[in-house]
Design a protein around this ligand. Structure first.
Ligand SMILES: O=c1[nH]cnc2c(O)c(F)c(-c3ccc(F)cc3)cc12
Ligand SMILES: [Mg+2]
Length: 214
């Protein structure tokens, strides 16, 4: 049977990227998705904004909702200092299988931990299961329908602390209007929009950065 889009992306990484070199994994994926087959990675333009937020924050504990092929896990993981950890949740087992290979090819298997399952099921169990107290940085990139429910769940589970930064992808395309309204209206957050473009296209999209005020 035919290969899947994630499997074809993984083959490009294995054929063209240098093992243990996250920068080459990122550039191979971006070149492949721009020139051969589009895929829903955060991409190079929004990825540059993601890099600057992570680099400025220098987080020790990071949560990513939505791994897909592992592109943003590699983008974030490569910037983390020794001892820092990224936990990435992926619901789709086929995506998770590819992402594990991409993360391993980048040499980030000791920095990035992929957990398979639904964010709504795992968020309430992160403290007891992984010994996590609170997160310094959270990247929301799973499904626009889940953004608002998951941020409220993170609040309830007390996994946010004063200064925790949340960065949400696709707040314009496909769009997460209920999430935007919540973080922009709530006194619990200081929120701002980084205008950019949908990965590998000229369409508008952007990232919403929200600081939890506690
Ligand atoms: O479902 C998604 N989860 C996470 N990120 C996405 C994304 O970055 C997209 F561009 C898109 C997307 C897909 C098809 C389009 F026509 C436009 C955007 C979807 C997702
Ligand atoms: Mg996205």
């Amino acid at each position: 049977t035919r290969t899947t889009r994630p499997q074809r992306l993984l083959k490009a990484v294995q054929d063209r990227a240098i093992r243990g070199n996250p920068k080459s994994v990122i550039s191979v994926i971006d070149h492949y998705c721009r020139n051969q087959e589009w895929a829903m990675n955060v991409g190079d333009e929004k990825g540059f904004i993601l890099d600057s937020v992570v680099s400025e924050l220098n987080p020790q504990t990071v949560l990513e909702l939505g791994t897909y092929c592992g592109y943003s896990a590699v983008r974030i993981g490569r910037l983390l200092h020794s001892g820092a950890r990224l936990l990435t949740l992926e619901f789709n087992p086929d995506y998770a299988a590819v992402a594990r290979e991409v993360i391993s090819w980048a040499g980030l298997e000791n920095t990035v931990q992929l957990v398979e399952g639904a964010s709504g099921d795992w968020i309430p169990r992160l403290r007891e299961h992984f010994g996590i107290h609170t997160f310094d940085f959270i990247f929301l990139d799973h499904w626009k329908e889940g953004y608002l429910a998951d941020i409220k769940l993170l609040e309830e589970c007390r996994l946010l602390r004063k200064g925790t930064v949340l960065l949400a992808d696709n707040v314009v395309c496909p769009g997460a209007p209920d999430y935007l309204e919540y973080v922009r209206k709530s006194p619990l957050y200081d929120s701002r929009y980084f205008k950019s473009h949908l990965e590998y296209t000229k369409a508008e999209d952007g990232l919403e950065k929200s600081v939890y005020l506690g």
